[in-house]
Design a protein around this ligand. Structure first.
Ligand code: GLY
Ligand code: MN
Length: 389
């Protein structure tokens, strides 16, 4: 079998972020060097890398890493093409199209789907060393969130909140993030993938943090909310408790063999019941109506796989031991949308200024249930205690 793998394109002059290796490439090779092609033909390895990259940028590091990963011959791109041509079909990854020499490679008989299709299923179940990396990433992310809670104050900007997180993870030698950090407050919490701006966090508002760093390429994903002024208001507590009770309920359902769509359905009904207690939704008999009004309040999935990608391996189907999952219910007050007839509009208006609440933990599915990797409280008392007075 002939396999041609590409770590990914990285322009060392122009890039502004650290290099992010292709997840499937890393999974198969444990190598995270940019701009490298690895050809495996039978038992022999060949490596192609742009020469200037080796000469201009820390060649010592690259050569040592390469030697460590593979006992390979360094070859030119024409050699790679010739070696592939002589072996029929070459299995590769989709990112091969981004290689600067794609025009030479595209004429080969390439199979771009079978490796990634196989890996999609395989990567759902995490080996112990993958679990340990995610656990460490979660520990550092939890620490980073605590660092924000202890040091944030009203008028500090959303970008400064992000900066506190980066400062905290940098103490562990980390700068890679699982995704663009989300640090929003008040009405901005309604935007699910909000990007922090130079906006001062207004006194009295609720801050939403959705953060994750990577440890040795493995992601973490944790969301917490806290009142910037130190104490939750009555209205903030109401919404926070709806989400907290539903998130805790969701966790009780996390067991091997459970269907994710059934779990999601149950959690949506729980969200509905909790919203009914605060009269945010109308009393309804029909389950379909209950689900549809919750869909408007929580317009995203209950969770996702976490691994080399933050949204790893496609949708969750049935839970299995050693899967790593983010569980993240939320309630949002999204302005400008037609409102469901099942919402209690006057109550909705009272809560609108809160913007949104999301509570998210990253967990591992175990033999009988789950292990929570988030190491930061989500209790109202616990959060208030952590906040700088
Ligand atoms: N926590 C960010 C996301 O899941 O998209
Ligand atoms: Mn998430």
């Amino acid at each position: 079998m002939t396999t041609l793998l590409y770590s990914g394109y990285y322009d060392m002059d122009k890039a502004k972020e650290p290099f992010e290796v292709d997840p499937n490439f890393f999974y198969l090779t444990s190598c995270d060097i940019p701009n490298i092609l690895i050809l495996k033909k039978g038992r022999k390895h060949y490596v192609h890398m742009k020469v200037p990259d080796i000469q201009w940028y820390d060649s010592e590091y690259f050569m040592k890493a390469l030697k460590h990963c593979f006992n390979a011959d360094m070859v030119g791109i024409d050699d790679i093409v010739r070696l592939c041509k002589s072996s029929g079909i070459t299995k590769t990854l989709d990112n091969i199209k981004t290689h600067p020499n794609w025009s030479k490679i595209r004429g080969l008989s390439l199979d771009m789907s079978s490796i990634s299709n196989n890996l999609m299923k395989k990567r759902e179940i995490k080996f112990i060393d993958e679990q340990l990396r995610i656990e460490k990433a979660c520990r550092y992310t939890s620490e980073g969130i605590k660092h924000i809670l202890r040091n944030a104050y009203p008028k500090m900007s959303q970008i400064e909140l992000t900066g506190l997180f980066k400062q905290s993870i940098s103490k562990h030698g980390i700068q890679e993030l699982s995704f663009n950090p989300i640090t929003s407050h008040g009405k901005y919490n309604q935007y699910l993938h909000y990007i922090a701006k130079d906006r001062p966090v207004t006194r009295g508002t609720l801050v939403l943090l959705d953060l994750g760093c990577k440890y040795k390429h493995y992601c973490s994903d944790i969301s917490r909310c806290f009142p910037i002024s130190g104490k939750f208001t009555k209205l903030q507590k109401d919404i926070y408790n709806v989400v907290l009770k539903s998130q805790k309920y969701a966790l009780t359902l996390m067991k091997p063999g459970k269907s994710w769509s059934e779990i999601t359905h149950k959690v949506k009904l729980k969200l509905y019941e909790e919203c009914l207690k605060i009269r945010l939704v109308l009393a309804l008999d029909n389950e379909k109506d209950k689900i549809s009004v919750v869909q408007q309040l929580m317009p995203h999935n209950l969770g996702h796989h976490v691994g080399l990608d933050n949204h790893d391996c496609g949708p969750i189907l049935t839970l299995k031991k050693d899967m790593v999952i983010a569980v993240e219910p939320g309630i949002y007050f999204q302005i400008g949308k037609d409102k469901s007839p099942h919402l209690n509009t006057s109550v909705w208006k009272q809560y609108e200024h809160i913007g949104g609440v999301r509570i998210e933990d990253t967990i591992i599915i175990t033999d009988r249930g789950y292990k929570n990797l988030s190491k930061i409280t989500k209790e109202i008392d616990g959060i208030e205690k952590l906040i700088k007075k």
